[in-house]
Write a protein that binds this ligand. Structure first.
Ligand code: 13P
Length: 238
């Protein structure tokens, strides 16, 4: 499976950040490799600008969230159709920060993933246990329930991102054995051809080891995707 290296910029980035992505392309001597998919998910304000600038340069652009409806009276929300219109190819749904900050349930995430399909795009559906859940040995139960609840029925393409909540932005990562075990578990629960990304403190120093683990088909990178040098090193490690 072709690896997917995705950067989730979260609530970071202004129009001047175009220069950071231009720097990334420059590090590839202007020719981004096509044996791996590269994706940047900037804040919604930058999706149109980045898509116009970079979609033809081998860097796909994605959204970080969308509303389940296509349009309507939902002040402040953005629909999957709007993301598609702006040039997005993927939309992240169910990130743990949205599940926590906006009380998004599995059912809400499933409806969003369906909306992404409706708009003709690919959802990246995020799952992952908290530290307390892992300590209690419940990580598979939690992730299994999130998978059952968040993946819509249907044949359209989707990507799963396994992001243990306790590994996000902390510098902590599960052991390679724990990542392998969880990815094998997720593999057994999703259909063939679905890419399973690992996310949570992926950085240049651990990317090679993580991306070599069985059933890890790429990474969803937060902090390290904001810096061209770091994101370049992670892409090269794939
Ligand atoms: P960090 O790479 O900053 O830990 O964030 C991971 C993440 O949440 C990506 O979606």
């Amino acid at each position: 499976m072709k690896p997917l290296i995705a950067g989730n910029w979260k609530m970071n980035g202004l129009s001047a950040s175009v220069q950071e992505v231009q720097k990334l392309i420059g590090l590839f001597s202007g020719s981004v490799p096509d044996d791996r998919d590269i994706l940047i998910c900037p804040p919604a304000t930058l999706v149109g600008l980045f898509a116009a600038e970079f979609s033809d340069e081998g860097i796909a652009v994605g959204g970080q969230d969308c509303h389940a409806n296509a349009s309507g009276a939902h002040t402040g929300d953005v629909s999957a159709e709007m993301m598609a219109d702006a040039g997005a190819a993927y939309i992240i749904v169910g990130h743990s920060e949205r599940r926590a900050d906006h009380a998004e349930t599995d059912e809400a995430v499933r409806r969003k993933a369906q909306a992404v399909w409706r708009a003709g795009l690919t959802p990246i559906i995020c799952v992952g246990e908290t530290e307390a859940e892992r300590r209690a040995g419940r990580e598979k139960e939690i992730v299994g329930a999130q998978l059952s609840g968040s993946i819509p029925a249907g044949d359209d393409a989707y990507v799963i991102a396994y992001e243990p909540v306790w590994a996000i932005g902390t510098g902590l990562t599960p052991t390679p054995g724990d990542i392998a075990e969880m990815h094998a578990f997720i593999r057994s629960r999703v259909r063939d051809g679905v890419r399973i990304l690992y996310g949570g403190s992926v950085k240049p120093s651990n990317a090679k080891e993580i991306l070599a683990i069985a059933n890890v088909h790429g990474a969803l990178v937060g902090g390290a995707s904001l810096k061209a040098d770091d994101f370049y090193a992670i892409i090269k490690a794939a």
